[in-house]
Design a protein around this ligand. Sequence first.
Ligand SMILES: [Zn+2]
Length: 241
Amino acid sequence: MISLTVKSLPVLTDNFIHVLVKDSCAVVVDPAEAAPVVQFLKSHNLNLSHILMTHHHADHTGGVKELKSLYPKTEVIGFQGDRHRLPPLSHTVTDGTQITILGIDFDVWHLPGHTTGHIAFIATNQHIAFTGDVLFGMGCGRVFEGTYEDMFNSLQRLKTLTPQTKVFCTHEYTVNNGRFCETILPNHAAIKERLKNCLTIREKGEFTVPLRLSEELNTNPFLFAENLQQFSQYRDARNRF
Ligand SMILES: [Zn+2]
């Protein structure tokens, strides 16, 4: 394995900006803001080589323009089908695109549901995935533009990753999602246990992200829903929670 680290910067209310660092270079994923990234890069003497965006929402793209002006050689990467509503792109990608960034191989997956043009960047060899607003701890993204079927299929696809995959989602929602899960599955021991653990983590000021896919498979009803109908019931109930 290549030696790399991922630092997750907490920003806004509950967002993360994930910064992948290898040697003296960094890649940022979904920079909601520029300032925390610039501060991190400066304090670690890093150059910004790439900006990856999972989808067009402002809390995933808000810092792109400023970062690009401060680091003009940075390559900005986003979904081809959304180029009209993303900041200007250096490279467009689509489902199945393979790109190598800092020597790390990424597969791009199109995972619609939250938005129609949502993508994920998956570094299979490193067992890491940047999944934006598709999968959350014990939850999943709201379905704004796509259909429930889109989101269900996108989550089913994430289940095909190796269970040891670390999932870097963009929001810290795990505790709230866990509380919701308890309302629909009050006797689920693994959910109860995980919620307890996550509360302890958050009380210490730490974060529950990255998620471990193995844990999501056992405690995330949106992943283990038996079919689209059950998934839709859960999603509707979560919207009302
Ligand atoms: Zn979003």
